[in-house]
Write a protein that binds this ligand. Structure first.
Ligand SMILES: [Zn+2]
Length: 415
């Protein structure tokens, strides 16, 4: 990995996030530009989930120790959990995952088979007691915002739901400009702390292998990477140094529905046990943004960029036009800022904004005609066009979550 693409260095340089020893290691905070990227990413995920029939919930980041004793986290995962807090005779812990809360939310209402598959999603906080030695940037953090969902369904519905989740992952990677390194079928390994239920492991493993086989995606089965309660499909990405990490997962779980005694009323009027499919499209927001920073070297797809349009009036005379354009961008929900002549020469301002997808130059001629001369981040320069046309073109690509900078093969000059 070149140091230029180290997300920790770029994150600070671009003013996306930072850390402070007084807040603590592994506890980064997000600066306004980083928060803009994160918010946009979270909204993309929520909208994709709404379209795919998910319902969003909120649940607290704390839970009683008993909740994790039931889920099995206490027995199998407590090394990664923060120590419990004593509170009026009870022990409360920072949650290590969202699954137990969602299982309890499911259980709080009775469900008919007609409601299944019931898809419950949350972008929620969870906590991991990483040792300080492995902390750095956004990849190993103690406070995690997870894009999580649990699908409660019948055994017959598992394959379709898992396939639909893989399709959501594929589409999201397209919009984000991410290429998966490989798909991994993560199985238990010798010596790990796993729930002992051989028949359930066998069934969920064969289900996931079947889904991967039908999808035609190349994958490798790897031992020792399963969750403690079941096997999973992991979508792996690599950073510039070739280090591999998991962004997205799809898991089939027969264990927690039993531990929480979940059921639905079948067509026969009897109680049946649902299966839980755990799935995450982008994994933790922290790791996803770290990967996006490194993948793009800070040059995010236009829809995700903290500043989408930088407005460059050539002289103070065009400042009113620049301010008018900035107002029009704001009304359209585009993130724009003005870099005026007080910031230096036009060439210097263009160089300073090299990661911004669109640079809108306004000189005397453009100002007089209500035009703007767009320069694209990739070096293309478009002929001056009416401001409205430029904004329509940019908005369409942003709304489509496209990775293209310009759709119309407008007349161009060499840059
Ligand atoms: Zn889960």
């Amino acid at each position: 990995m070149t140091t230029a693409h180290d997300h920790r260095r770029l994150g600070r340089e671009l003013g996306l996030f930072d850390t402070d020893p007084l807040i603590g290691t592994g506890l980064p905070y997000w600066l306004p530009d980083g928060a803009a990227v994160r918010h946009t990413l979270e909204e993309y995920i929520r909208a994709a989930e709404r379209r795919a029939g998910y319902q969003h919930v909120y649940s607290p980041v704390l839970g009683k120790r008993e909740l994790y004793e039931i889920s099995g986290h206490w027995a199998h995962y407590s090394d990664d959990m923060f120590p419990p807090m004593d509170l009026g005779g009870e022990q409360v812990v920072l949650r290590p995952s969202l699954c137990p809360h969602h299982a309890v939310i499911y259980r709080s209402r009775s469900h008919s088979y007609r409601e299944l598959p019931l898809r419950m999603a949350e972008l929620g906080g969870m906590y991991r007691s990483e040792l300080s030695g492995v902390l750095g940037g956004l990849t190993r953090v103690r406070a995690i915002q997870l894009n999580d969902a649990h699908i409660f369904c019948t055994l017959d519905q598992v394959a379709d739901e898992a396939e639909a989740a893989l399709e959501m992952i594929r589409r999201a990677y397209g919009a984000l400009g991410i290429t998966p390194a490989r798909y991994r079928l993560s199985l238990p390994g010798p010596g790990g702390k796993y729930v002992a239920a051989p028949e359930k492991w066998r069934r969920s493993t064969s289900l996931l292998a079947g889904i991967l086989d039908r999808s035609g995606l190349p994958y490798e089965a790897v031992e020792g990477e399963a969750a403690f309660y079941g096997p999973k499909i992991d979508v792996q990405v690599t950073d510039g140094a070739g280090r591999e990490s998991t962004l997205s997962t799809v898991q089939v779980d027969f264990h927690q529905p039993e531990r929480f005694d979940l059921h639905y009323i079948g067509a026969d009027g009897a109680r049946h046990r649902p299966v839980m499919v755990h799935r995450s499209i982008i994994g933790s927001v922290e790791r996803a943004v770290a990967h996006l920073i490194e993948e793009h070297g800070g040059a995010f797809p236009a829809w995700l960029a903290p500043t989408q349009l930088v407005i460059l009036p050539i002289s103070d005379t065009e400042l009113p036009n620049a301010m008018d354009l900035a107002r029009r961008c704001a009304r359209l929900g585009l993130r724009a800022r003005i870099a005026g002549p007080d910031r230096g020469s036009l060439g210097g301002r263009v160089r300073e904004a090299r990661l911004v997808p669109y640079q809108a130059v306004i000189g005397a001629k453009e100002a007089a005609g209500g035009h703007v001369a767009l320069r694209l981040r990739d070096g293309r320069r478009l002929d001056p066009m009416p401001v409205g046309d430029a904004l329509t073109g940019i908005s369409a690509l942003v709304e489509a979550h496209s990775t293209d900078l310009w759709a119309d093969p407008a007349p161009q000059q060499a840059s």
